[in-house]
Design a protein around this ligand. Structure first.
Ligand code: PAF
Length: 283
């Protein structure tokens, strides 16, 4: 498994694969990889003959008071984890390869509407940074397909819309969230939890599952269900940003008695210094 850090070398490698008739999958990551990322790489390997994983801590998707500086840079360990699941190459570029003119005056990609609600409201500019870096990666790699985790459901929708609107010839594939045995969604940010907080953290997925089950039983008092979920989290020491029931594709509030199969429950909540997010389907 090779590590590439220059766009010119990346393009040469992808060209060689393509001229041999091989399909190329891209798995974009921030690094600090865990079993959830390994699952994305496995899925990519099922769908394409070559899998390239990008490892880049993208500054433009972090807010001024967020964890960009302390986000763990663990390239050697990441490489071991990627090799174990059969990745073909790692693209780990320096900042100047991705943002040749710096980040201040960069050209940005903005997906309106979807980017400003929920996590976008709590983290202004976050999805603009995500859409920008993913569009740059799409242009650099020119993959046949790209694989993203469903844990970041809103991000997946933003990327799908950007891909459609900018006519990228890339198939965007979502992969189900990988969870700990107690239900906690895998996330690099779980490492910020103290042992005490870690013991409470599975409540986030539990509350979402219970709310989903209530919808499945026919309840449609959406606001009451959301308020109950928020209260349950607050009682356990979470500081919720939101717990909402939304249309799974548009993230619009549900219509009265909307079919549960077309709904998604999404939550973001702070536990100590970790901002945890999770989502489940409602069927
Ligand atoms: O989900 C992530 O890890 C990041 O937001 C992504 C898609 C790699 C863009 O930096």
């Amino acid at each position: 498994m090779q590590t590439i850090d220059r766009v010119a070398d990346l393009r040469a490698q992808v060209r060689a694969w393509r001229s041999a008739g091989l399909r190329v999958a891209l798995v974009p990551t921030l690094g600090n990889l865990h079993a959830g990322h390994q699952q994305l790489v496995r899925r990519a390997g099922e769908l394409a003959e070559r899998t390239l994983v990008s490892v880049f801590v993208n500054p433009t998707q972090f807010g001024p008071n967020e964890d960009f500086e302390r986000y763990p840079r663990t390239l050697d360990a990441d490489r071991d984890k990627l090799r174990a699941v059969g990745a073909d190459a790692v693209f780990a570029p320096p900042l100047a390869e991705v943002y040749p003119g710096g980040t201040e005056e960069a050209t940005f990609v903005q997906v309106p509407g979807l980017s400003e609600i929920l996590c976008g409201a709590a983290r202004p500019g976050h999805f603009r940074g995500v859409a920008t870096v993913v569009s740059r990666l799409f242009n650099m790699v020119q993959p046949d397909l790209a694989v993203f985790g469903e844990k970041d459901w809103q991000q997946l929708l933003v990327i799908r819309r950007m891909t459609r609107d900018l006519a990228f010839p890339v198939e965007v594939v979502g992969v189900a969230t990988v969870r700990e045995p107690d239900g906690l969604a895998l996330s690099s940010r779980n490492a910020y939890l103290t042992p005490e907080q870690r013991s409470h953290a599975p409540l986030l997925s539990q509350v979402l599952r219970e709310t989903a089950a209530a919808l499945g039983r026919g309840r449609s008092d959406y606001q009451a269900l959301e308020s109950q979920a928020v209260a349950a989290l607050e009682r356990a020491g979470f500081r919720p940003d939101y717990v909402v029931i939304r249309d799974a594709t548009s993230l619009a509030p549900p219509r009265p008695n909307q079919e549960p199969a077309s709904l998604r429950l999404l939550a973001a909540a702070w536990l100590g210094s970790a901002r945890l997010i999770d989502n489940v389907g409602a069927n």
